[in-house]
Design a protein around this ligand. Structure first.
Ligand SMILES: Nc1ncnc2c1ncn2[C@@H]1O[C@H](COP(=O)(O)OP(=O)(O)OP(=O)(O)O)[C@@H](O)[C@H]1O
Ligand SMILES: [Mg+2]
Length: 331
């Protein structure tokens, strides 16, 4: 999905964009799926101009083959890799969370998914100075815990407050409000946040399964349709705004008793990377966890790393990637 912006093709200027936005047309897909004749009447743009722009956009955005070299160039120029703050997790994720993609944390209740999300959010807001949008579907966001994590990083209260301000929490408790929240972010919220000088690089949804799992099953297709809409919105947000999306999901067991991601087969294709978080049984340190890579297009699945929920920021990062890693403290 490509956002319509000035200069994307000849004839698209600021006034043109504004006129289209007044009709809620924001993406190339929105535009090309409209009837130019009706559009010309509604937003007082010339029919001829609309048809000309439509033709160019259709030619520009239809699937032309792209070489591997072009894709690598695109990766270097547009993809940022956001450190999670934990060297072990960064290693597992091939340097960190990639913008433009959805990464999923799965695990049993209490395994530490939410704690990992908090740690990542704190690292992004404090270390990377980026705004994080956090959609909380379980009422699990705990400001005290976020502050506690920040206090281990800096004794400076101003710095702690600045970092807390950069974590914007949305509370939603059903799939319809999740969908509405994602749609608002895509159509308005993320643009406003960027225009306001902030830089949003990450969106977290903790958890997707809490609002989706009860809608699935049975004979009705409504749940599946909602799941695909949620997936579509998240993918568009990741791609259109070049944002790293991190979601959490529960686990179920397959026929052999192995843990697998919840929400079924259709959902399993949605995240590009999936990490299973598990408590280390009988460990001396109760906060010790393992992270296992169960889906990735970059690294071998089955890789396992250990990390400590309570000593996240005390690990020292050593991983260096040739790709564009977002520098700490740069806005
Ligand atoms: N302040 C804290 N200090 C250390 N450990 C904590 C703290 N708060 C919670 N924990 C630990 O984190 C774990 C809970 O993790 P978390 O809530 O992230 O699980 P979860 O995977 O998100 O579970 P659910 O699926 O129910 O949402 C517990 O083991 C708890 O002991
Ligand atoms: Mg949780």
């Amino acid at each position: 999905m490509v956002i319509l912006r000035e200069g994307i093709c000849p004839g698209i200027n600021e006034d043109f964009i504004k006129a289209l936005q007044s009709e809620n047309i924001r993406t190339v897909e929105d535009f090309v799926s409209c009837n130019p004749e009706e559009l010309a009447q509604k937003c007082s743009l010339s029919y001829k101009a609309l048809v000309a722009v439509r033709r160019v956009l259709l030619a520009q955005c239809t699937a032309f083959p792209v070489s591997g070299a072009d894709l690598y160039e695109e990766l270097l120029s547009s993809t940022a890799i956001l450190s999670t703050g934990s060297p072990s997790l960064d290693k597992l994720l091939d340097s960190g969370l990639y913008t433009g993609e959805i990464t999923e944390l799965i695990g049993s209740p209490g395994s530490g998914k939410t704690q990992v999300c908090f740690s990542v959010a704190v690292n992004m807001s404090h270390q990377l100075k980026q705004t994080v949008f956090y959609i909380d579907t379980r009422g699990g966001v705990c400001a005290n815990r976020l502050l506690q994590m920040l206090q281990t990083r800096t004794p400076n209260m101003e710095e702690q407050m600045e970092a807390l301000k950069k974590i914007k929490v949305f509370r939603v408790f059903d799939v319809f409000s999740l969908l509405a929240c994602l749609q608002n972010l895509r159509s308005d919220g993320l643009q406003k946040a960027s225009v306001g000088g902030g830089s949003v690089k990450a969106l977290m949804v903790d958890s997707v399964s809490a609002v989706l799992s009860s809608m699935l099953g049975g004979k009705q297709n409504e749940g599946m349709s909602l799941l695909m809409q949620v997936a579509g919105e998240m993918k568009m947000i990741a791609k259109d705004f070049n944002i790293a999306v991190l979601v959490t999901n529960h686990v179920t067991k397959d026929g052999n008793g192995h843990l697998k991601a919840g929400l079924g087969q259709s959902w399993s294709h949605v995240p590009r990377t999936r990490v299973l978080v598990q408590k280390v049984e009988n460990a001396e340190t109760p906060s010790l966890r393992t992270a296992t890579l169960t889906k990735s297009s970059r690294q071998a699945c089955g890789l396992v790393e250990e990390f400590d929920l309570c000593h996240w920021s005390e690990e020292r990062s050593t991983s260096i990637s040739g790709k564009r890693k977002l520098e700490s403290s740069k806005p």
